[in-house]
Design a binder for this molecule. Structure first.
Ligand SMILES: Nc1ncnc2c1ncn2[C@@H]1O[C@H](COP(=O)(O)OP(=O)(O)OP(=O)(O)O)[C@@H](O)[C@H]1O
Length: 572
């Protein structure tokens, strides 16, 4: 609720008008039966003047109610849409400040749901609060009091009806909200299954898994249908049950009034008004219960959004850190690292110094910690213990802009964004001119295929880069990495989809064009880093060897073993 209060501040005036309109609407609804009673009394007494007077009042009241309804809807829509847009934007802004660790804790898919579906739920909740949830209590209390005033001797019918409907609705709505929370979980699951299977459609088809996927999806969808049907059943029993209670109440009232109508003929007019109030009480309880059940979904979403907004980024930059050019030196001092969702360390007590302009290869078995080590250099995570220094500056006190312009990290999985090739490359340096684009594309051996497009750098990269091959994606990703002329370039297995010739050409171009850049190359194949100045060997998170290729062959049994195995594979 705190978030809602905070986000509602800019809309105080609109909220006032919206609530004022609700009060007028509820007042008009409550006063209508009263006027009708006056019209009926005038008819019974054959008082034409009053028939006309109250009849006109009745029409005016209906018009006022209608206008108030429109005003309320207009303001409620403006407020709910405005707050929803603010919540979406604030979450997006907050997520941009998240570290990798923060994002992993939520999961990327889950954050998307919080920014879309949960915001929609909250938007509906605000609409409900500004319309039904404020109108219903006024209607209930008003109708209750007016029913008692209209026929005071039948007070016990009103009280009995309220107790019976309230008790039975409690049972039904409790059951219903249980099913509603199940629905939310099942919708989340259905979305995840559909998203995963659509994104992995190539894997599914190539492994002939369509049948299993369809079954998985259908099972979940059937569960969703079952729960939705249960809610339907509850609805279909609830409404007749409530109607029965109300009609018994109305029938009883008519019976008692009928007995005294000869003595009091105007009771005939009162009974119509009394019945209207009974019906208003009945609808207030029913709609109110239903709305509260729906609203509970909105409150769950509000809590989920609140969790995102309240998250403190676990990696922040000091605002007072001076912006300065950083050199290409990298130092690790007794660095250990454990992922936030893991309990085993992925890096153990690692120390080394890399000089500016050096080319470093990092090798090791799969899962040995190569990527983890690389991710600490652009400060995607902070070490759990020890210090990482870039250009002699400890990353805990580095200026963010300085670090970003010094370090360029080409990820293991080439991720491009839908848009022009030029836009993707300019993510590495937003002011890069045509010449810089061409140079980066040349280094990454991407020029050759870009030139084949009629529109060259303006060629459109589709969503998930569906119109590019794995090798093309990697080349563009390397081009984006080198375009800003970084002091430190990290290539995390970024040439794995390139053929041997292209990989060699990329390396030669890097040596030539970025000779002053510290290049850190993570590679599965030793052949990719054989010419590096030094190679680091990782084994189960430990740095077990440092040296040139020749040195390591004699000093590091693990390196030697990997090399021999790869050589044998290559020969065969
Ligand atoms: N986001 C993560 N959360 C938890 N554990 C992780 C995460 N990423 C990696 N790990 C674990 O950390 C260890 C090192 O992983 P890392 O990706 O650094 O290895 P790698 O040497 O780069 O492997 P590969 O050559 O297969 O890319 C592994 O045990 C892995 O399971």
């Amino acid at each position: 609720m705190q978030i809602l209060r905070e986000h509602a501040k800019p809309y105080h005036k609109d909220i006032f008008f919206s609530l004022l309109a609700v009060v007028i609407m509820a007042g008009a609804s409550l006063w209508q039966p009263r006027l009708l009673q006056h019209v009926m009394t005038a008819i019974i007494k054959n008082d034409q003047q009053n028939v006309l007077f109250y009849g006109t009042e009745l029409i005016i009241l209906a018009i006022i109610g209608l206008i108030a309804g429109v005003i309320n809807t207009v303001f409620a829509a403006k407020i709910s849409q405005g707050i929803a847009a603010d919540l979406r934007a604030n979450q997006y802004q907050k997520i941009q400040s998240f570290s990798f660790g923060n994002i992993e804790k939520f999961s990327a898919g889950n954050l998307v749901v919080r920014m879309t579906n949960d915001v929609n739920q909250v938007q509906q909740l605000i609409m409900m609060i500004l319309q039904s949830l404020t109108r219903i209590p006024i209607l209930f209390i008003g109708a209750f009091i007016l029913a008692l005033i209209t026929l005071p001797r039948l007070w016990w019918i009103v009280v009995l009806m309220v107790i019976l409907i309230a008790l039975s609705s409690q049972i039904v709505f409790k059951q219903m909200s249980k099913y509603f929370s199940q629905i939310q979980k099942l919708i989340d699951k259905t979305n995840t299954i559909a998203k995963e299977s659509l994104q992995g459609v190539r894997v599914i088809k190539s492994f002939n898994q369509e049948g299993n996927e369809i079954k998985h999806f259908t099972d979940n969808s059937n569960d969703l249908t079952r729960v939705t049907t249960m809610i339907g059943y509850l609805f279909s029993t609830m409404i007749p049950m409530f109607m029965l209670i109300s009609y018994v109440a109305i029938g009883t009232a008519i019976y008692f009034v009928g007995q005294s109508v000869v003595a009091h003929p105007t009771d005939l007019a009162a009974i119509t008004s009394f019945i209207s109030y009974l019906m208003q009480i009945f609808f207030a309880i029913m709609i109110g219960g239903l709305m509260s059940t729906f609203a509970s979904r909105g409150f769950i979403s509000l809590r989920r959004i609140g969790a995102v907004l309240a998250t403190v980024p676990d990696l922040t930059y000091r605002a007072d850190a001076p912006e300065q050019p950083l050199s290409g030196e990298v130092s690790f001092k007794n660095v250990s690292f454990t992922y936030p969702n893991d309990d085993r360390p992925s890096l153990k007590n690692i120390s080394f110094d890399i000089h500016a302009g050096e080319m470093i290869g990092i090798v090791g078995a799969t899962g040995s910690g190569k990527t983890t080590l690389a991710q600490l250099i652009p400060r995607l995570y902070d070490p759990t213990q020890g210090d990482v220094l870039v250009g002699g500056v400890n990353l805990k006190s580095v200026n963010e802009k300085s670090l970003r312009s010094a370090v360029s990290y080409v990820l293991q999985r080439a991720i491009l964004f839908s848009g022009r090739i030029a836009d993707n490359l300019r993510q590495g340096s937003k002011d890069a001119d045509e010449l810089a684009l061409k140079k980066a594309a040349d280094i990454a051996q991407a020029a050759e295929f870009i030139n084949r497009y009629d529109d060259g750098f303006d060629h459109y990269v589709e969503e998930r880069s569906a119109n590019l091959s794995g090798g093309q994606k990697q080349r563009l990703s390397i081009a984006r990495g080198v375009i800003g002329n970084p002091k430190i370039l990290i290539l995390d297995d970024s040439t794995s989809a390139l053929d041997a010739r292209s990989e060699k050409l990329v390396q030669e171009a890097l040596n030539q064009e970025l000779s002053n850049t510290t290049t850190i190359v993570i590679a599965e194949k030793i052949s990719s880093v054989i010419h590096a100045d030094r190679i680091f060997v990782l084994d189960q998170g430990e740095l077990v060897g440092i040296g040139s290729h020749q040195e390591l062959l004699t000093t590091s049994p693990i390196y030697s073993e990997i090399y021999q195995t790869q050589k044998a594979k290559g020969a065969s």
